[in-house]
Ligand binder design. Sequence first.
Ligand code: KG4
Length: 338
Amino acid sequence: MIGLGIETSCDETSLGIVKDGKELLSLKIYSQIDLHKPFRGIVPEIASRAHLEKINPLLEEVLEESKVSLSDLDYVAVTRSPGLTGSLMVGAQLARCIHAIHGTPIVPLCHLQAHFAVLQLEGVEPVFPVLGLLLSGGNSAIYRIPHFGKMETVGDTMDDALGEAFDKVAGLFSLPYPGGPPIEAQASLYTPESGEKDLLPPMLRNLEQDRVAFSFSGLKTAVSHLLAKQPDLSVPKVCYHFQNTAFELVERNLKRAVAITGIRRIIAAGGVLANTTLRNRLSAFAKKNSLEFFSPQKKIYCTDNGAMVAALGYYLMQQGYSKSLDFTVSPVRQETYI
Ligand code: KG4
């Protein structure tokens, strides 16, 4: 079964062609970061216009690279939620056009779930139930996934997402946008002394023991107060402590999610998983607590991409889920299809 995946939820225009849900034939990603850089954040109107400009050339590229023609496609999977409405509509219209011409079934889906399906492209077969940890520019959450097509929130962010916190803290140091990579690079320049105390307060320290929740806006404020009080602190030292405090909350939440759900298998995904310190820390945490832990090996699979959409689409098709033209896009995530 050959499927096309279309992803236009935010600032990446991406198309992927996948065979049988696990073999990647082609993946193209156009990142709009340079267009949004001057604004230090995503500008919705710029995003949707850029998707419109790039989507057809990218379609031609993936078809050519995979040696597949539109009439060969068994399904077109497309992100319908969550995301910027104008951007989602661009991907949805392409799926509708392909359907109108070739009758190809459309699999409209929630791209948050697709992040957890991308591992099949790296040879990891899905085993359920699993906990999905999603850390990106727009999300910090843990989900219980009983099977593809269903997802229940165990804990979500109360304010900023983790990636957003990286972006905002980078702004405090006038580091480039997006802030994840430069903060990580700065933090790696610092080696703490043995027994060094945390410079920043732990996040959500008074959260009830049986709750899972993320909050990062206070951490950004704590960094800015720290810099005001101690302007001589080195950038690498502050970045190191920022990461340390943020990742401590991620670990604490994972531990609680495992205790609450009894699920000992974790898939982690989203743009922030490109952070090597976080990946190493989560792997060590899983080993120490005898948990199974997976995250995409290829950094390109951490970010939003069309291949993950095609991979999830395959599993939804297998379960009989497909649509014709009668679907809508939505800024709100859709957790359950089946
Ligand atoms: O999933 P993603 O590619 O897209 C959206 O959520 O739109 O995530 C982007 C986020 C940005 O906030 C970026 O700063 C963060 O992922 N990010 C990182 C790293 N690389 C990207 N955060 C921490 N460390 C990194 N190495």
